[in-house]
Ligand binder design. Structure first.
Ligand code: SAH
Ligand code: SF4
Ligand code: F3S
Length: 474
């Protein structure tokens, strides 16, 4: 049987230096969950590239399959185990052919379940948590030497400082929009949520590190950067001239980078929307008029039980303040139905807050009991049929608001950042300032340009537009 080891690992002398290894191994990364996992997957791909791995889009040709997993709801975590079941078969077939296949589990399930994954899934070679991705090449080397590895420490060293930055050509190949993690972890401890346990406590990246990464991205052709954090607006760091910077200050500074046309940030907590950030929405044209600000529920009793630490009225007041400085801002949110103890009346309050805010887009979920969270200890769980019925009603309302918002755009002339080829030849897909996908007739050579278009119609998940004159920014 293989031996389990926990990191920190010693470098294996028997191995060649990574950079002297021929460039033949291929890695396939499957990403589940939120945008931060998307960002992390690209960084893992970069870390593995400096260790001789090429990233492939074809699972069948991979020598290493990495699952970057999500633990937020039971269904998300279950997906990982069914995927691992299929991979086990694939590994057996490969072994019969005499070909190696390594399997790694990264992300939030790795962090939450650690050793348990090795017990349940004998084909897994490496389990690595989000705080230790810089040690992934080392973990793989140990696994290749026959030691299955679990590395889920909250590392003392800064992973971002150790993760390599991609080469310019790679940035270019990844497209004109990019995520950039500025903050990770959460200290809020909402009673339903696993994130404080899977991502650890709040850590903000230093200003210079963020600026360097943003400049590299822009240098590689990126026009739009979305700053990421589990609580991105809780980002705080020392400013270049001393004194503390909050996310608002950072946005003002990033807006000065020549060539960077658009900025976004996600996900925000209502408690951390400070004055500076609201001013940034007033002052910065580069800061897009779109804000994802989850409220989860509309009943004060449920908000309190969820430990959200604000009332429905406070949330509405906050949105009013933001809209008073940026009237065209599109609001987005997350909702949970069926939190333990939620009555019909509480649920009506959720519908009411949705009516009051009028969302341009939203995500809604049935409450899923997560082991280890305070919510799991609560009695008074809501029956599954009740949750389903509430979710249906809520989603019908949110979908109607989303469709109304899309319709309200028809006839408007807007700036469109051209992002990627469309499905039809001669078409390109771009993003509106409000994060909608928009199809327009354009040349693929225009990708990266911002052009003016007139919205002429709506589809189920996108808008249609025609060019309307001038180039706004190339
Ligand atoms: N930091 C963000 C949320 C991150 S998780 C915030 O504070 O809003 C993304 C969304 O998943 C949450 O907003 C919530 O709506 C949903 N979610 C989290 N835990 C859940 C659970 N146990 N059951 C159902 N939905 C959940
Ligand atoms: Fe989870 Fe709440 Fe933290 Fe968001 S703020 S990540 S919902 S604990
Ligand atoms: Fe899922 Fe982890 Fe993101 S639990 S939502 S991948 S922070």
């Amino acid at each position: 049987m293989n031996e389990h080891v926990s990191l920190p690992l010693q470098a294996e002398e028997a191995f060649q230096r990574p950079d002297s290894r021929p460039n033949t191994r291929k890695v396939f990364i499957k990403t589940y969950g939120c945008q931060m996992n998307v960002y992390d997957s690209t960084r893992m791909s970069d870390a593995l590239a400096s260790d001789g791995y090429v990233t492939t889009e074809e699972m069948a040709e991979a020598d290493l399959i990495l699952l970057n997993t999500c633990h937020i709801r039971e269904k998300a975590a279950d997906k990982v185990y069914s995927a691992l079941g299929r991979l086990r078969e694939m590994k057996k077939t490969r072994a019969a052919e005499g070909r190696e296949l390594m399997i790694g589990v990264a992300g939030c399930v790795a962090q939450a379940e650690g050793e348990e994954i090795l017990r349940r899934s004998p084909s897994v070679d490496v389990v690595i948590g989000p705080q230790t991705y810089h040690r992934l090449p080392e973990a793989l080397r140990n696994a290749r030497a026959g030691k299955r590895v679990v590395d889920t420490e909250y590392a003392v060293e800064d992973k971002f400082e150790h993760l390599p930055q991609p080469e310019k050509a790679k940035v270019r190949a990844r497209g004109v929009t990019s995520f950039l993690t500025v903050q990770e972890g959460c200290d809020k401890f909402c009673t339903f949520c696993v994130v404080p346990y899977t991502r650890g406590s709040e850590v903000s990246r230093p200003v210079q590190q963020i600026l360097d990464e943003a400049e590299r991205l822009v240098d590689g052709g990126v026009r739009e950067i979305t700053l990421l954090g589990q609580n991105v607006n809780a980002w705080r760091a020392e400013g270049p001239k001393g004194g503390e910077w909050s996310l608002g200050d950072l946005l003002y500074r990033l807006a000065e980078i020549p060539g960077l046309a658009r900025l976004r940030y996600t996900t925000s907590h209502p408690r951390d929307m400070d004055d500076k950030l609201i001013e940034a929405h007033r002052d910065l044209r580069t800061l897009m008029p779109y804000l994802h600000l989850p409220v989860q529920a509309g009943s004060d009793r449920i908000l309190k039980a969820m430990n959200r630490r604000h009332t429905a009225a406070e949330y509405l007041r906050l949105i009013e303040r933001i809209r008073s400085v940026r009237p065209d801002i599109a609001m987005s949110g997350d909702f949970i139905v069926g939190f333990p103890g939620e009555t019909d009346r509480d649920f009506e309050d959720t519908l009411r807050i949705v009516e009051d805010v009028n969302y341009a887009s939203a995500f809604s979920f049935k409450y899923s009991t997560r082991p280890g969270t305070p919510g799991a200890e609560l009695g008074d769980q809501v029956a599954e049929e009740v949750k389903s019925e509430r979710l249906e009603r809520l989603q019908a309302l949110l979908l109607k608001q989303q469709a109304d918002f899309a319709k309200s755009c028809v006839g408007k002339v807007i700036d469109l950042l051209l992002e990627k080829p469309g499905r039809m030849p001669g078409q390109v897909i771009g993003r509106s300032p409000w994060l909608q996908s928009v199809n327009v007739d354009a040349k693929t050579s225009q990708i990266g340009d911002i052009i003016q278009v007139r919205i002429i119609g709506t589809g189920p998940n996108s808008l249609f537009a025609e060019p309307a004159g001038s180039l706004v920014g190339a």
